[in-house]
Structures are given as C-alpha cells and as structure tokens.
Design a protein around this ligand. Structure first.
Ligand SMILES: C[S@@+](CC[C@H](N)C(=O)[O-])C[C@H]1O[C@@H](n2cnc3c(N)ncnc32)[C@H](O)[C@@H]1O
Length: 282
C-alpha cells in the first residue's frame, strides 16, 4: 500500500470512529477553510449581548486575548455589525497581543515543544483598528497592557475569548480578574471562551496549558469562579464551541442576584395557553 492509500485508510478509520454527527466535522472544516467564518464567535457575542441587555447595559466590550494576524478580530467586527443592527446594543472589540508573536518561555507547562517564540508575529497589528469604529488593540505583553486597559476602561466586559496559547500568558490575565471585578468591569456572569483546551495530538491536557491555568484560578480565588456546564444532549447554543465555554461567576457582583430568568411566573401552570417560547428567542 503506498503512503497516499495508507493515509486514506487512517482517515476512513477516524471518520468511522468519530462520535459526533459528521455535520459537526463539516462545520469545523468550513471554519478552517474560511478563517472569518466562526459560528462560535457569532453565537457567543449574540448571547453575551442578550445577557447584557437584560441586565440593563447598552454598551459592552468583547475581548480577544491573542490576536495574531487578526482573523478573529475581523470576524468579531463582522458579527458585531450584524448584532448591533438586530439588538439595541453597542459592542466594542478589544484585542491584546504582543505584535511580535508568542513570548519566550522556559516553562514546561507552556508546551515549548509545540509553541515557539515569535509564532504569529503581526507587524501591522494596530492597522486592525482601522477596520471599524470601536476597535482597540492593546499592543505589548499583557503583563503591562492589562493595567493600561484597566486604567482606561469604561464599559462592562460581556465576553472574553482566551487564545493566548500559553499557560503562563493565560495565568497572567486570569490573575488580573480580581482587579476587573473590583473595578466593577465584569458582568455577574461573563461568558469566556477558551480556544486551547484541546489539540488533537493529545499532549495538551489537565497538567498544562489553559486547562491547568483554569484549575489553578478556581483553587486560588474564592469569590470568582470559572464554571463549566455539564455536557448535555440538549446543549445547542454554541456551534463548534462545545466544551470550551466557561462562565466567569463574579459572586460579589452587585447584579449577581438580579432576576433575568426566561420563564414567566405562570409558564408551567395549566391555565397558561402560551406556554412555549419561540425557539428564535432561545
Ligand atoms: C494563536 S494566536 C491567536 C489567534 C487569534 N485569536 C485568531 O483566532 O486568529 C496566539 C497569540 O497570543 C499572543 N500572546 C501570547 N502570549 C501573550 C502575552 N503574554 N501578551 C500578549 N500577547 C500574547 C501571541 O502573540 C499570538 O499572536
């Protein structure tokens, strides 16, 4: 068997053994082929916007940690424009990146055998600010730019997209979350998306990378928690982001108990004829 046929055989085995419906693989393939097609980013901003509106906020920040060439920021801009038309909300897009790619690391928990210094350099990082109104890029290591952001910020953060690859960089940002809470910049429950919880090569796991940074965060902080929903067959909200969404619970947030539930008081009572919400509102 030549090497091409052998690769086809391995691919077929993997397709047959793949647990998810193949349409999920198709969606993933499309998102890799068209870098600005990110159904998870779109649904995340949409849900973050709906939650913010329910809580009474008409302007929010969406943060992408790790911008690289800017495909993520461009897709966020595309979706923000659509959502601003559909919902009464203003969305600011904020990116953080060194511009010079991944920083040097000696920490084994950063997987230096997989990610190396200088990967994803973008010399024109700041040009992304010209793509649309309300886009701000903090260029530099987040160890310093996060404090600059904290001193300048004016709006609630509705969504944080973590894509810094490294354990150490993720931890740098997570360690600043109590400051964001003290300044009242967080929603009571802020959506967080973690891009680097899984790589198909299997060496990224609970002992390193983003997963370890999350575990340590939850061990270190009492009143702020990163919670992950249980995997459930009824879950449909965030295509391609299954298992990657966490809720940042800011338990001391003044709005934490504010009711934003979806059920009317008599929605389950026998006399309510209008029991079912439109699936479009879910
Ligand atoms: C995988 S790339 C981001 C890709 C981007 N989110 C996208 O979807 O196109 C990771 C980025 O994180 C940035 N990064 C990692 N650690 C950082 C740190 N401590 N400060 C600033 N940027 C950092 C790197 O420069 C790199 O561009």
């Amino acid at each position: 068997m030549n090497s091409f046929l052998y690769k086809i055989k391995i691919l077929l085995l993997r397709i047959l053994g793949y647990e998810k419906p193949l349409r999920v693989a198709l969606l993933k393939y499309l998102s890799l082929k068209f870098t600005n097609f990110r159904p998870h980013y779109e649904t995340l901003i949409y849900e973050a916007s709906k939650s913010s509106i329910k809580l009474g906020y008409s302007e929010i920040n969406v943060i992408e940690l790790g911008v690289a060439g800017g495909d993520g920021i461009k897709s966020l801009i595309k979706y923000k424009k659509k959502i601003e038309k559909v919902l009464k909300i203003r969305i600011n897009i904020i990116g953080f990146d060194t511009g010079s790619g991944l920083p040097k690391t000696m920490d084994k928990k950063d997987l230096p055998f997989f990610w190396k210094q200088g990967d994803y350099t973008n010399k024109n990082l700041k040009d992304l600010e010209k793509e649309s109104d309300n886009v701000k890029i903090y260029q530099g290591n987040i160890s310093s730019t996060i404090d600059q952001f904290i001193s300048e910020n004016q709006h609630k953060i509705g969504l944080i997209i973590f894509d810094l690859d490294l354990y150490s960089s993720t931890k740098l940002f997570l360690n600043k979350i109590p400051n964001l809470s003290e300044k009242n910049f967080l929603l009571p429950r802020t959506f967080c998306y973690f891009d680097d919880l899984f790589v198909a090569d299997y060496f990224l796991d609970n002992t390193n990378g983003e997963p370890l940074a999350i575990t340590e965060f939850n061990n270190e902080f009492k009143d702020i928690k990163l919670g992950k929903s249980f995997d459930h067959i009824n879950d449909f909200k965030f295509p391609l982001a299954k298992g990657q969404i966490y809720t940042l619970h800011d338990l001391n947030n003044a709005d934490y108990d504010k009711y934003i539930g979806i059920y009317d008081s008599d929605s389950l009572s026998g006399h309510n004829k209008d029991k079912f919400r439109s699936i479009l509102d879910d």
